[in-house]
Write a protein of this length. Structure first.
Length: 80
């Protein structure tokens, strides 16, 4: 398995050597096989992390009619 230089761990391999990840400049000349480069790129692909499904249980909402005393208590007596 190919390993990037310690001083540039983000370097990317090619058939000609290791390249800077942003500029593309060759940092270290080396002869890598096509298979080695392909294996390196395949191993660096992010893998999907699947989180377990969580079921939420909420209390059911129930509507009810308010009594006039409750309305007066919460909203105050209406002015006429």
């Amino acid at each position: 398995m190919l390993k990037a230089p310690n001083w540039c761990p983000d370097a990317k391999p090619s058939l000609r050597g290791w390249h800077h990840p942003h500029s593309g400049e060759v940092l270290v000349s080396a002869k890598h096989s096509k298979q080695e480069v392909n294996e390196w790129h395949f191993s660096m692909e992010p893998t999907a992390i699947v989180a377990p499904v969580q079921t939420l249980h909420e209390a059911p909402s129930v509507e009810r009619t308010l009594y006039s005393s409750e309305v007066e208590h919460h909203y105050g007596a209406e002015e006429e």
